[in-house]
Design a protein around this ligand. Structure first.
Ligand SMILES: O=C(O)[C@@H](CO)OP(=O)(O)O
Ligand SMILES: [Mg+2]
Length: 416
């Protein structure tokens, strides 16, 4: 029933106005799925390879489409993704592009769900999913590679850990975003928005900590539930390998100082989450920081998933790149206690699932994530619910961000 009968690929716009790949997958029985690839700006050096959209489409038409159409069932995700891997043949999608691969992989999953008449999260996760929801991490202030002349730290992320429902959590993050605008206004600080819709004010990281801390406290007391915050430091972008130091404008920090700095910020602001606090190859630094503030949660079965007062999540994004081999190295080293999951970093949903499974088995929290360049595609909302992820990182405002947030609200409302 779900035999793939055609695949169409086209160039569409992403949120930065760049071209990305959109895939349509049709099955013999009329099942249809459409998905588009996102794109990063602060990409990890170990990610699967994104090709220019036109090249990725041409290569996928030549190598992947003939292996899928009339050959593979869209309902069999492993077979779809194995065909994509075989068509590419490089291990990192440098032949057909991870952007073509992930668009086809996600579109096939949607086509499979369509034939079954099931919501995507249920097709991916089974009938017992859909009861628990991830905490949305909302980017409210940011800079780094996502906005010039703003903070050195890439993302300050609101985390409504005490919200009674996903809908209230989503609205809490929007309220924090709005409150920050007022606080910046009060201080006479102008702020444009960065690539993900976060405020990108020309202020120091220290000021940003103060403003975000105040906004989170204000909104928490208005709404009556706990809201904390976290960071994506995207430290690979700050790290200068020649100097072996992290560069914050005029100030530099050695690795030891960087670990101290992050640990101090965790204590001072009660941070619930820190992503990429160290360079993307520094397993040791990650392990040291995890030991200091991570509550030893990476011991198998030790965690109890989700936020815990004595446990700050130390999350590997550029460190792990959704890759089971790199995650296995991290587990062995005690590096981090959480992994960011970005399907386009690895190229297929099956590979992303494998990373989630390995993480969960080893007490690592999973955080399903958007990219800074996005589309209206809402697959990651379903992926997070399907895999019972503790968190989802997908922005706060802006159509390509609310596409995912509103999909979570609909899933909770049984409206998908
Ligand atoms: O670093 C990140 O986590 C992401 C998303 O916020 O950014 P980019 O997509 O630019 O890699
Ligand atoms: Mg990141």
């Amino acid at each position: 029933m779900t035999l793939i009968s055609s695949i169409a690929l086209r160039r569409v716009l992403d949120s930065r106005g760049n071209a990305t790949v959109e895939a349509d997958v049709l099955t013999e029985s009329g099942g249809f799925g459409r998905a588009a690839a996102p794109s990063g700006a602060s990409t990890g050096e170990h990610e699967a390879i994104e090709l220019p959209a036109g090249e990725a489409i041409a290569a996928a038409r030549e190598h992947a489409v003939p292996r899928l159409v009339g050959e593979v069932y869209a309902g069999n995700q492993r077979a779809v993704d194995a065909a994509l891997q075989a068509a590419d043949g490089t291990g990192n999608f440098s032949e057909i592009g991870a952007n073509s691969a992930v668009a086809i992989s996600m579109a096939a999953a949607k086509a499979g769900a369509d034939v079954l008449g099931a919501p995507l999260y249920q097709h991916l996760g089974g009938t017992f999913r859909g009861e628990s929801f991830p905490v949305p991490l909302g980017n409210v202030v940011g800079g780094g590679e996502h906005a010039k002349e703003a903070t050195h730290i890439q993302e300050f992320l609101a985390a409504p850990v005490g919200a009674p429902s996903v809908s209230e959590a989503v609205f809490a993050n929007a309220a924090v975003h709005a409150r920050i605008s007022e606080l910046l206004d009060d201080r006479g600080i102008p702020a444009a928005k960065g690539d993900e819709g976060a405020w990108a004010p020309p202020i120091s990281d220290a000021e940003a900590f103060a403003v975000v801390g105040e906004a989170v406290d204000d909104v928490a007391s208005d709404l009556g539930f706990e809201i904390r915050f976290g960071l994506d430091m995207a430290a690979a972008e700050l790290y200068d390998s020649e100097a072996d130091a992290y560069v914050y404008g005029d100030q530099t920090r050695s690795t030891a100082e960087q670990v101290d700095y992050v640990a101090e910020m965790v204590d001072e602001y009660d941070l619930v989450y820190v992503e990429d606090p160290l360079d993307e190859n520094d397993y040791e630094g990650f392990a040291e920081l995890t030991e200091r503030v991570g509550g030893g949660a990476s011991a198998p079965g030790a965690s109890g998933r989700g936020p815990r007062a004595d446990r700050t999540l130390i999350c590997g994004d550029d460190l792990f790149v959704t890759n089971v081999d790199r995650l296995r190295d991290g587990i062995d080293a005690g590096a981090g206690n959480a992994i960011l999951i970005k399907p386009n970093q690895i190229g297929t949903l099956s590979d992303a699932f494998d990373a989630i499974e390995l993480a969960t088995e080893n007490g690592y929290e999973t955080v399903v994530s958007h990219r800074s360049g996005e589309t209206e595609d809402a697959t990651i909302a379903h992926l997070a619910v399907a895999t019972d992820a503790g968190f989802i990182k997908t922005g706060t405002v802006g159509g390509e961000r609310t596409a995912k947030l509103n999909e979570l609200v609909r899933i909770a409302d049984d409206a998908v």
